[in-house]
Design a protein. Structure first.
Length: 459
């Protein structure tokens, strides 16, 4: 099994990797399949959103994202101002141009359908693209599923295997679970980070890989900085005010004071994590870690390590990213990172496990201690629901990232106090998360039909 670090950590656009990034990429994929259709002129594109995409799509920005994908915009180069201008023009023009000089009719009001009645059994995040001729006959169609973290699959791809493993001879350490990861590390006398690096470099040039890896951290770090600089109210109607800057300024003003309590570390972590998720809620650029909704946990722990841990060095950042990706890949492959599939345990829970493992590694933890740190963090998120108020990735999501970062640091610290031996293996914890998600009522899986989303009706 091989899930690349660049599959786990992808440059994305807020507020949701499954509801924003996924639909944008799905639209681009469908346009790629129809560019050769003859004739294109006289056809119309119809898009239908199902399940969680239908119930919480407006709050998550799905409508705008899928239309932006139809207009040729991509997450990595996303410019919010340009997208808003293009969408305004689309509302008037009502056509898109999938290839130079070739147009398709697309009326955002009539051709983007929100279907809250039809249930697709394959996955909660389904969307259907259909190209129709003048007589409304289907010329081409495809159904895509946004399965979390920006991953998009067709029905055929899911039936073939959600995350098909690469050939065993493709990478030197093809561990498919944590037990194999520990066995391979012991046999080769290598750290998790080094095994992951060798797997990546089996496909990518070492120098280019290192440069790209640091680039991921640069985007994360820049997102924290933007979030700490910004003020005002977040969009969406909940009237949630940004708080990260005020927390950060308050902490900075007291830094070094003799009366600062030790638990102020919690506030630093919360400020960093909330800064990212406030940016995400505002539709800014973030990095999936492993999703947008949980994007603040991992970078917050990395910034905390660099800024607050004695003896910390930036040279550890690549190692931390590699270890985090190794754990995230195991969770993705063996369970899920999708809130619509398993609840928030799959998003913030996975992010916390990844961050705990990364910090434990940077602190000098053994492979066993790193696996233990990931298990502790994930175990104490089991059963967490995904119930965003009004379908917005704001309440409880922003604060939840702060608490996920706090749990990650606590888990890493606790693991470092032991020798790595523990009762519940990480593999068992991941399987428990998968089964818990399977048993969880769909009202608590990103539909905003239960939990906090209905407990505050005035919102």
């Amino acid at each position: 099994m091989f899930v690349s670090v660049f599959d786990v950590f992808k440059v994305s656009v807020g507020p949701s990797s499954s509801h924003t990034m996924g639909p944008m990429l799905a639209a681009a994929r469908f346009l790629d399949t129809i560019r050769a259709v003859e004739p294109l002129e006289g056809t119309r594109l119809q898009i239908t959103l199902y399940g969680s995409l239908a119930f919480t799509g407006v709050g998550h920005g799905t409508n705008a994202a899928v239309l932006a994908g139809c207009l040729g915009f991509e997450p990595e180069t996303y410019d919010r101002g340009k997208v808003e201008t293009a969408l305004a023009e689309l509302a008037t023009r009502r056509t898109i141009e999938p290839a130079p000089g070739r147009t398709i009719a697309l009326d955002p009001e009539a051709d983007l359908i929100i279907d809250r009645k039809t249930r697709l059994e394959t996955h909660p995040n389904g969307m259907r693209f259909a190209l129709l001729d003048a007589g409304k006959k289907i010329v081409a169609e495809e159904t895509y599923f946004s399965i979390g973290g920006g991953f998009v699959k067709t029905l055929a791809e899911i039936e073939a295997g959600d995350m098909p493993a690469t050939p065993a001879d493709d990478v030197p350490f093809p561990f498919a679970n944590a037990d194999q990861m520990l066995e391979m590390g012991a046999a080769a006398n290598l750290s998790i980070a080094e095994m992951k690096r060798r797997n990546e470099c089996a496909r990518l040039d070492g120098e280019a890989f290192s440069e790209r890896l640091i680039g991921i951290w640069d985007v994360m770090d820049a997102c924290i900085t933007r979030g700490l600089d910004a003020t005002g109210e977040l969009p969406g109607g909940l009237k949630v005010k940004r708080r990260a800057r005020a927390i950060f300024e308050n902490l900075s003003g007291k830094a070094g004071a003799n009366d600062m309590p030790l638990h102020s570390a919690i506030d630093w972590l919360s400020a960093y994590a909330m800064a990212v998720n406030e940016e995400n809620a505002a539709g800014g650029q973030v990095v999936t870690a492993p999703t947008n909704g949980a994007a603040g946990v991992f970078p917050a722990v990395l910034r905390y390590y660099i800024s607050h841990v004695p003896g910390a060095t930036r040279e550890k950042i690549p190692e931390m990213l590699l270890v985090g990706a190794a754990i995230g890949g195991l969770i993705k492959y063996n369970a899920s990172i999708s809130g619509a599939e398993v609840g928030c345990q799959g998003e913030v829970g996975s992010a916390s496990a990844m961050a705990a493992a990364a910090l434990c590694s940077a602190l000098g933890g053994t492979n066993a201690q790193i696996e233990n740190a990931a298990e502790i963090a994930l175990e104490h998120h089991l059963g967490m629901t995904c119930d965003p108020i009004k379908g917005l990735v704001q309440v409880p999501c922003i604060e939840r990232n702060g608490l996920g970062a706090v749990k990650a640091v606590a888990a890493a610290s606790l693991a470092m106090q032991g020798d790595g031996s523990h009762i519940v293996p990480l593999d068992a914890c991941i399987e428990t998360m998968r089964q818990t998600g399977k048993d969880m009522d769909e009202r608590y899986k990103e539909t905003s039909l239960g939990g906090l989303s209905v407990a505050v009706p005035d919102c």
